[in-house]
Design a binder for this molecule. Structure first.
Ligand SMILES: Cc1cc2nc3c(=O)[nH]c(=O)nc-3n(C[C@H](O)[C@H](O)[C@H](O)COP(=O)(O)O)c2cc1C
Length: 210
């Protein structure tokens, strides 16, 4: 299936049937998110997977009781770093250089410039920057799920601070930004399953300078 076919197949599933997604496919979706490009390669976010049913039931009210949270087999949570740190940036470049067999000081000039740009910013600015990186991975995970014919619902409809407290993400320096329940569509129970996918006309969407 081409990516375009997969993106036409997928939709934001409103009702899942409780059937599990094969772990192998979930692993590929997470691997795709892990391969997402990020600004300066900083990867300032984590993916959290919840399969524990009791925990999903506790999360559902935090996500406005959206049933996909409970009826998915794997609930992915994308959580961004609340800020950048000096040590965190060092760790990224040390790993990069070590894995490439390069001296650790190879990237010192670039790293100093990057720290000079990021570290004086407010935590809010840096969290927003980190969250944008998380969204790229979120999009790639959505696309990979579609290619694997795994149903998913992209979600921002939840109370981030409440979820962070429930999972102790605040203590890990993380803030949740999006949810992605993975499961199987309930063909009989989902009001959206047979409705046309609607997008703005191409001439409205695309701006060309020729
Ligand atoms: C960032 C983001 C947040 C979303 N939040 C929710 C949500 O909380 N609940 C939900 O049912 N759908 C949610 N959606 C799904 C959108 O409503 C849906 O993607 C859009 O209407 C286009 O429809 P389609 O995905 O079925 O093609 C979200 C989508 C995105 C990209």
């Amino acid at each position: 299936m081409s990516l375009i076919d997969a993106l036409n197949w997928r939709y934001a599933v409103k009702k899942m049937n409780g059937q599990p997604v094969e772990q192998e496919k979930v692993d590929k979706i997470i691997a795709a998110a892990h391969l997402a490009p990020t600004s300066s390669g900083l990867q300032p976010f984590k993916v959290i997977v919840v399969t524990n049913q009791e925990l999903k039931e506790k999360i559902a009210p935090i996500a406005f009781n959206q049933s996909q949270v409970i009826d998915s087999s794997h609930l992915l949570i994308f959580a961004a770093n609340e800020n950048y740190t000096d040590e965190g940036i060092d760790a990224v470049f040390n790993r990069m250089n070590a894995e490439r067999g390069l001296p650790l000081d190879t990237t010192d000039a670039y790293k100093a410039q990057l720290k000079g740009m990021l570290l004086p910013r407010t935590a809010e600015e840096n969290f927003n920057h980190a969250a944008r990186q998380a969204y790229i991975a979120f999009g790639i995970a959505i696309a990979e799920a579609a290619l694997l014919k795994v149903d998913a619902t992209p979600m921002e409809g939840f109370n981030g601070p409440a979820l962070d407290e429930l999972l102790g993400l605040d203590k890990k320096g993380l803030k949740s930004v999006t949810l992605l329940p993975l499961g199987n569509r309930d063909e009989a129970g989902d009001w959206l399953v047979n409705l046309k996918k609607v997008r703005s006309p191409k001439e409205e969407f695309l701006i060309e300078f020729k």
